[in-house]
Write a protein that binds this ligand. Structure first.
Ligand SMILES: C[S@@+](CC[C@H](N)C(=O)[O-])C[C@H]1O[C@@H](n2cnc3c(N)ncnc32)[C@H](O)[C@@H]1O
Length: 316
């Protein structure tokens, strides 16, 4: 525990006292949901996969037709935490979205325009589209750093997407309050949440839950380490703001038997959660607002038996 505490403390101090240096370091080390090594074809596969997974989970949960690119067609899209490229935004536009804005609390966009352009052009070429359309597709949307700036666009979003973002959000209540203001009353929200420890476990996948909340918070006030919220936390805050879950599935889990052997060593409130809930290390979450046709038919989500995500999708 000492080594991890030292690592977190050092990172937190760097982000606290030199945030622009820390942002630069994150850009240099390519901190994204796809890891540091996905360049070239691997990056193309990654971004195509991200967008296709949104389409698959949307069709699977019934919020859109399964044919073509029905999820994005005609939508006004908000992507939370796009990270260091706007590749997902561009592909969503290419699939018929009217506009795509981003909201990211950190400025991670790659500073090398030629690298970004090469990525975007290659993605369009792969999609059988004209690579010279990059600028046209990205025009009319941008990444905003705060909700006030997003609100100033005057847009209301009918599709919100995020991948590997919600677990970094410290104030989920504030985010959902803003999403309530920013979305249409029939909006669809699709989140993929990675509930793992994000690389500083030293013994098992749940050991970031060993820290009492106050200590963990004090070590991570200025960095993007995971908030440690478990499945019920995401559902509770969403429902509090009128977003009804129509689909929850587990992208990855460890066995409840393994959890049972670890649970006694975890800090509260984790120790008191059921082994079934603790076993879930990632979720797909599809939600709708009250004006969506699926809102009224939605059934309560059973946290003790979250099904596995449909097969053929990326685990994270
Ligand atoms: C792990 S990266 C994922 C990037 C991208 N979605 C992907 O899958 O490659 C997490 C992203 O969430 C952003 N983020 C962290 N906290 C946030 C917050 N409170 N609000 C919005 N974005 C946030 C980070 O800056 C980063 O872009």
């Amino acid at each position: 525990m000492g080594a991890v505490t030292g690592y977190l403390l050092g990172r937190n101090l760097a982000f606290r006292h030199a945030p622009s240096l820390a942002n630069g370091l994150m850009r240099l080390t390519n901190v994204t949901g796809r890891g540091g090594d996905a360049e070239g074809d691997a990056a193309l596969d990654y971004f195509e996969g991200v967008v296709e997974d949104y389409e698959r989970i949307a069709a699977h949960s019934g919020v859109c037709e399964s044919d073509g690119h029905a999820l994005f067609k005609g939508r006004t899209v908000l992507e939370l935490g796009p990270g260091n490229t706007r590749a997902v935004a561009m592909l969503a536009r290419q699939r018929g979205a009217l506009s795509v804005d981003g909201y990211d609390a950190f400025d991670l966009q790659t500073r090398d325009p030629s690298r970004l352009r090469a990525l975007y052009e290659a993605l369009l070429t792969r999609a059988g589209d004209d690579p010279s359309r990059v600028d046209a597709l990205l025009a009319g949307g941008r990444v905003h750093r705060d909700a006030a700036s997003l609100k100033a666009t005057g847009r209301r979003y009918d599709l919100v997407i995020s991948r590997a973002v919600l677990e970094h959000v410290r104030d989920l209540t504030a985010l959902h309050r803003e999403l309530r203001d920013l979305t249409t009353d029939d909006a669809v929200l699709i989140h993929k949440v990675d509930m793992r420890s994000h690389g500083f476990e030293w013994d098992h996948e749940l050991d970031f839950l060993l820290f009492p909340e106050k200590l963990y918070r004090s070590l991570t006030t200025h960095i993007g380490e995971p908030n440690r919220v478990r499945a019920h936390g995401y559902l509770d805050v969403a429902q509090q703001y009128g977003f009804t879950p129509v689909h929850v599935s587990a992208t990855r889990r460890i066995s409840p038997e393994r959890v049972s052997t670890l649970r006694a060593s975890l800090a509260e409130p984790y120790r008191s959660l059921s082994p079934e809930e603790l076993s879930v290390l990632g979720i797909w979450l599809v939600l709708v607002r009250e004006g969506h046709p699926l809102a009224r038919a939605a059934r309560a989500i059973e946290l003790e038996s979250i099904p596995a995500a449909p097969s053929g999708m990326a685990p994270f």
